[in-house]
Design a protein around this ligand. Structure first.
Ligand code: CP3
Length: 379
């Protein structure tokens, strides 16, 4: 099947149409079909942070290499992205990278410290600081495009999910200067200087759009916008100060022909608006049961989630019972992609993840005779 993707030429300027040939296998992808609310033979599954410190082979591949450096090496990106697929029968791969990669590539002095997270050299507090966030050119992240192309060839029909950080989450690192519990500096800028807040978030959204378009242009077949910390703001503030920027990102990707997923932690009160922002699939953390999330999100969206990652540290019987509960609640959605409610914890036993992915497939195939993760009754 052939469809077109919108793609800006490397020099920027007006978007032009690029014809992409999609292999028949990718068209049959259970993950992509669930995202599109099409019937599927079983509920697809992947895990946020499936690549990473829970895998000994990841720790070996990364040893002696800084995280931000690792994210610029196509061979290493490819290897680490593929590692979880050798262990787990997951239905999608997610690119090994980080939300700070496009910011660094756009000139921001930002590093990732092990056990801490992103740390910014000079946080953004005033108009003049905006100069340190320049626009991102596709050539700035050529290593991402190279890795995606290599991965698509290797994956042979398994979809690759591209991703980026959402506007609030990126802004929070740039303004607070690093991880924060209260987001006090971020919020004080959001409340106290709306013009600067909006100028910064517009710039971050532009960077995100370029980052995502590069990934889709190179062959990523879905994109997830992680606005992990957006749950820190009230619904009113989300609508006023975050949603317009997220919407711009999703609008810019609307013609790309790939499902757009959107996720944040503690976003129970924001789920409806995250849908309004334009994503096709809304990620839900473990705090809101999926059947309740269905009521909070407008029709026409699939859901993703939402087993508490900490449950994976419990005995198998507990994991099994809770996973089956998630699958049952997910059947009330128009489409369901099984995932955790946030990323895999580093102390998780990889064998448990393998067993869980298998369980999701077998249980959902048994209980949905007509193949609907979409909650349609058997035919
Ligand atoms: O497998 C995957 O999911 C793909 C890889 C991925 C990473 N970061 C690799 C990574 C993804 C999707 C991200 C996104 C990301 N990065 C988010 C959004 C998702 C979420 O978890 O909410 C956020 C908030 C970040 C920022 C960030 N980068 C944090 C908070 C950390 C953890 C710091 C720590 O050491 O505890 C990172 C580092 C990071 N990103 C690691 C990995 C595998 C660990 C780095 C290491 O091995 O030292």
């Amino acid at each position: 099947m052939v469809f077109s993707r919108t793609w800006p030429p490397p020099a920027g300027g007006r978007p032009c149409e690029m014809i992409t040939v999609v292999s028949p296998k990718l068209e049959d992808s259970v993950f992509l079909n669930a995202c599109r609310r099409q019937p599927v033979p079983y509920t697809p599954v992947w895990f946020m942070r499936q690549a990473g410190r829970s895998l000994p082979e990841y720790r070996a591949a990364r040893s002696g290499k800084a995280m931000v450096e690792a994210c610029t090496k196509p061979d290493l990106i490819t290897e680490i992205t593929l590692q979880p697929l050798r262990r787990y029968p997951v239905d999608a791969a997610i690119l090994f990278s980080d939300i700070v990669v496009p910011l660094r590539a756009a000139g921001v002095g930002i590093d990732i410290r092990t056990g801490i997270g992103p740390v910014v050299e000079q946080p953004i507090r005033e108009e003049v600081d905006l100069q340190r966030v320049r626009p991102l050119e596709p050539g700035d992240i050529h290593y991402v495009a190279e890795a995606v192309r290599a991965l698509v060839a290797e994956l042979d029909g398994t979809p690759l999910i591209g991703f980026a950080g959402g506007p609030f989450t990126l802004a929070s690192y740039l303004i607070d200067g690093g991880p924060s519990k209260s987001f006090d500096k971020t919020k004080s800028l959001m409340y106290g200087n709306p013009p600067l807040w909006n100028a910064l978030l517009r710039r971050l959204a532009d960077i995100t759009i370029t980052f995502l378009r590069v990934q889709v242009g190179a062959g990523a077949s879905a994109v997830q916008l992680f606005d992990s910390w957006a749950g820190a703001v009230s619904p009113e503030d989300y609508r006023r100060s975050v949603l317009p920027h997220s919407r711009r990102i999703f609008d810019a990707l609307a013609g790309a022909g790939v499902p757009r997923l959107h996720f944040g932690v503690s976003t129970g009160e924001l789920l409806g608006m995250m849908g309004e922002a334009g994503a096709d699939v809304i990620g839900v953390d473990w705090r809101v049961p999926l059947d309740e999330a269905v009521r909070r999100v407008d029709p026409g969206k699939a859901l993703q989630g939402n087993l508490d990652p900490a449950i994976l540290l419990a005995p198998w019987e507990v994991i099994e019972e809770r996973a089956i509960q998630v699958l049952a609640a997910g059947r009330t959605a128009e489409g369901h992609v099984f995932n955790l409610g946030h990323g895999v914890l580093p102390q998780t036993d990889p064998d448990v993840l393998a067993r869980l992915a298998e369980l999701v497939h077998t249980v959902s195939a048994r209980t949905s005779v007509n193949g609907g993760s979409g909650g349609r009754p058997p035919g």
